[in-house]
Design a protein around this ligand. Structure first.
Ligand code: SIN
Length: 397
């Protein structure tokens, strides 16, 4: 008889572990009160899905998440994932910064094993608390063979989203996480997962050289018709060959090891708005030694004229500036003039908070603006494709 998969749960706090004074209170409660053992015990039948073990990494409201905890978490995830007796990992987390932690881990983690983050919008003490079902669905996902190689996933309210695309879109409702610029990886209905996107991890057999960790050519006859995702139908097999030649990086090209890093480089986000003191904030960031800046611009990354001088100053100081957008969806592709004269980098599909993370990790490896530009381009170029080949194909930058 096949043994159950072993899912390891790392608890970090959040509303899923929150307690309020009354069962109807969904605001004004304290996040991060229950322990990992109490969370597991609160879900009937969880142990039928998988053998479970776990640890409490911290017990905080995720508004208080810190980069030092991310570094610790990435190390633990890499360590636990390397264990032969662990098949998948679940991380319980507050929803407020879950998309940031998920994306950081996506870039700092090196495993093909499923890693699923989950949380709750209602505290554990609430009538119809959503935490127990979310935890059940996250364990179900982490125990699923077909979740392998899809990278870090966020599992909330019956939906499975990829770390790179997922965004918290509503401050209050249970259905708050959405994959912007794309659809979810999968949905969970009843006790079954319906994967919406093809998993390229299992396409390795089509690309023998990948197994040897070499850059591979996609075979002539590889057909994207196999793929049910409509976005992918826009890609011809020629496109796929091009992508294959870029190391098969279908969702995230690079893995950034954080093993020997004690803190992340200082990158500031500056928010653009009518009447804003953008120059003041740019100057303050530069004077305070920021290593990079993300500008949350309006629209498709329009740079206001008033910023020209400070952007030139940033360029001459060798401080990369990534232009992202305040809009919740879309892609920031900069004009050649902004790219070349002002040395700015377009964030692609990354929102400001995710662009900050990629810029921080890129800066741990290089200060060369052109190299960082390439990292961003590689990252968003692959957005329309789904699934991913992790571990064996993800290049360490
Ligand atoms: C938090 O992010 O820790 C509090 C809010 C939540 O989990 O929904």
């Amino acid at each position: 008889m096949k043994q159950k998969p072993h899912v390891y749960i790392i608890a970090t706090g959040g509303t899923i572990a929150g307690q309020a004074a009354s069962p109807s209170a969904t605001v004004g409660y304290k996040a991060g009160e229950l322990t990992v053992g109490q969370l597991i015990a609160s879900v009937p039948g969880l142990d039928q899905l998988a053998d479970l073990s776990g640890e409490q990494l911290c017990n905080i409201d995720s508004k208080d998440m810190q980069e030092s905890i991310w570094l610790q978490l990435a190390r633990r995830v890499n360590e636990i994932a390397a264990r032969s007796d662990v098949d998948g990992i679940v991380i319980t987390h507050g929803t407020d910064t879950m998309e940031e932690t998920a994306y950081f881990l996506q870039l700092a983690m090196q495993t093909e094993k499923p890693v699923a983050l989950t949380g709750a919008m209602r505290p554990a003490s609430a009538i119809s608390a959503d935490g127990p079902m979310n935890l059940w669905q996250a364990v179900k996902t982490a125990a699923d063979e077909n979740a392998k190689g899809r990278g870090v996933l966020v599992v909330m309210n019956g939906q499975i989203d990829a770390a790179k695309n997922v965004v918290k879109t509503n401050a209050n409702t249970l259905q708050t996480f959405r994959s912007v610029n794309s659809g979810p990886e999968g949905v969970i209905v009843g006790e079954k997962i319906f994967w919406q996107r093809k998993n390229y991890f299992f396409e390795e057999k089509n690309f023998p050289a990948v197994r040897e960790n070499k850059i591979a050519q996609a075979p002539e006859n590889f057909s994207l018709k196999q793929n049910s995702d409509s976005l992918n139908k826009n890609f011809s097999s020629k496109n796929l060959c091009d992508i294959a030649n870029k190391n098969f990086c279908l969702a995230t090209k690079y893995f950034f090891s954080t093993e020997n890093i004690s803190c992340l480089p200082d990158v500031k986000i500056i928010y653009g708005y009518v009447g804003g003191d953008d120059q003041l904030f740019f100057n303050a960031a530069l004077q305070n030694g920021a290593k990079g800046i993300v500008y949350a611009a309006c629209g498709n990354g329009s740079v206001p004229e008033k910023l020209e001088d400070v952007l030139k100053k940033a360029a001459s100081s060798g401080v990369p500036v990534v232009i992202a957008s305040r809009c919740s969806e879309g892609i920031v592709v900069l004009s050649n003039e902004v790219k070349e004269n002002l040395h700015c980098i377009g964030s692609g599909t990354l929102n400001p908070q995710k662009a900050k993370i990629l810029l921080q990790l890129a800066l741990t490896k290089t200060n060369d603006v052109n190299e960082i530009k390439k990292i961003f381009e590689d990252e968003w170029n692959h957005v329309p494709l789904c699934g991913m080949l992790q571990k064996k194909i993800t290049a360490e930058y």
